[in-house]
Design a protein around this ligand. Structure first.
Ligand SMILES: [Zn+2]
Length: 398
């Protein structure tokens, strides 16, 4: 019945894909829409909840910086108070000294005089000690000043940042709320399109497992990774009625578009553009070339002349000299086009080619290898089709 597309044109292929898609039950299509809506709603709700937390985290950092600033300011004040204390101590000692000097004028004995001199010396020592402490505070004050300034600058920057974050959070929240409303509407619409008996099954499984729907691909339930029985898998693919995964109870669906993506042949067919034969630049691969092994060759046609560069297939380094001959490249270098020559896609600017000089850049080399891989897959499929191998048969038939 379904001739799966492996040797049909892209157009026909798209038609078959549509036909397969149309076989998907409306219930299942709505469930897919519902699951997508549920996922988006969850994501948006989480994002909306996370935004104030981000602002709160910055606010916390801001509070931390404020504390640092307060501490720095308190330290400055404590230093100032200490300095005043030392200064008044000095004053006190100076008063004592002048009092002793007055007394010394009135002393009667040498003993008394010596005792007063001693007192004066003590007071002078005390003054010097206090002066040292004041000097120390003055040195410290410079550091303290820097601390205060740094904390103030940080606070200013953080305050600006939090303002910006708040504006951004408000904007994002409004945007998310709007999207949330849209997804809620889509969700309601999708739910309305699902059979009333099927909806509780989806809801129940979604509640316990996070999702209520799973894709069946490659004979497996993608959500729980359990292999499906062949009959179950075929039923899902046929899309005639709703099938549930026996292992995880999720409702199963089959998406032919996804299944084909996993098929390298289809990937090659879809993605590989075919090289144009009439182009000014043509790339080729040859598995062996003049005793050299794998090479990439590029022919450049210009004004009735052709030039040929040859590069080593693995290192990308130039091989031999650049040859220039008269005429279109296929006529100018007929000996190059043996059966094993594979035409590749590739078109780089002339200036780029000049820039590379005698070595292909890695990116170019990678691109050529990728195209070579695809070209090989493609040629294998073609020879399969020619030899009548049943590569195109529907897997369900086996
Ligand atoms: Zn499952």
């Amino acid at each position: 019945m379904q001739a799966k597309a492996s040797n049909v044109s892209t157009d026909a292929h798209a038609k078959i894909e549509m036909a397969l898609l149309l076989k998907m039950l409306p219930d299942v299509q709505n469930l897919i829409a519902l699951q997508q809506a549920d996922r988006e709603i969850l994501r948006l709700k989480e994002e909306i909840a996370a935004l104030p937390k981000r602002v709160a985290a910055i606010e916390e950092r801001l509070a931390g910086t404020r504390t640092v600033l307060e501490k720095a300011k308190t330290a400055v004040k404590a230093d100032e108070a200490a300095r005043r204390k030392y200064e008044s101590a000095i004053q006190g000692e100076q008063q004592k000294i002048s009092k002793y000097r007055d007394q010394s004028l009135a002393v009667k004995t040498n003993e008394q005089y010596k005792a007063l001199l001693h007192e004066i010396q003590f007071a002078e020592q005390d003054i010097r000690a206090n002066e040292d402490k004041i000097l120390e505070l003055m040195v410290n004050a410079e550091i303290r000043e820097k601390d205060v300034k740094a904390a103030e600058a940080e606070l200013k920057a953080e305050t600006a940042e939090i303002e910006k974050e708040k504006v951004e959070a408000r904007r994002r929240t409004a945007e998310d709320e709007q999207q949330l409303a849209e997804w809620n509407a889509k969700r309601e619409k999708a739910r309305a399109g699902v059979d009333a008996d099927l909806l509780p099954q989806y809801d129940r499984v979604a509640k316990y497992r996070g999702t209520g729907l799973s894709e069946a691909r490659d004979h497996k339930c993608l959500a729980c990774q359990v292999m499906l029985r062949p009959q179950t898998y075929n039923e899902v693919r046929a899309g005639t009625h709703v099938v549930v995964c026996e292992s995880c109870q999720r409702i199963l669906y089959y998406d032919p578009a996804n299944d084909e993506v996993a098929d390298p042949v289809v990937v090659a067919r879809r993605r590989r553009a075919h090289p144009k034969f009439e182009s000014s630049q043509a790339w080729y691969y040859r598995a062996s070339f003049e005793n050299h092994g794998e090479v990439f060759l590029v022919y450049i046609n210009s004004k009735g002349m052709s030039s040929r560069h040859v590069y080593d297939g693995s290192s990308g380094r130039g091989v031999g000299d650049i040859l220039v001959r008269e005429g279109e490249y296929r006529l100018a270098f007929p000996e190059d086009f043996t059966d094993d020559a594979i035409r590749l896609n590739g078109s780089w600017g002339e200036s780029e080619l000049e820039e590379w000089g005698n070595e292909l850049p890695t990116a170019t080399l990678d691109a050529l290898h990728r195209d070579l891989d695809l070209a090989r897959v493609e040629s294998r499929t073609r020879s399969h089709a020619k030899s009548g191998a049943v590569a195109s048969e529907h897997p369900a038939a086996s």
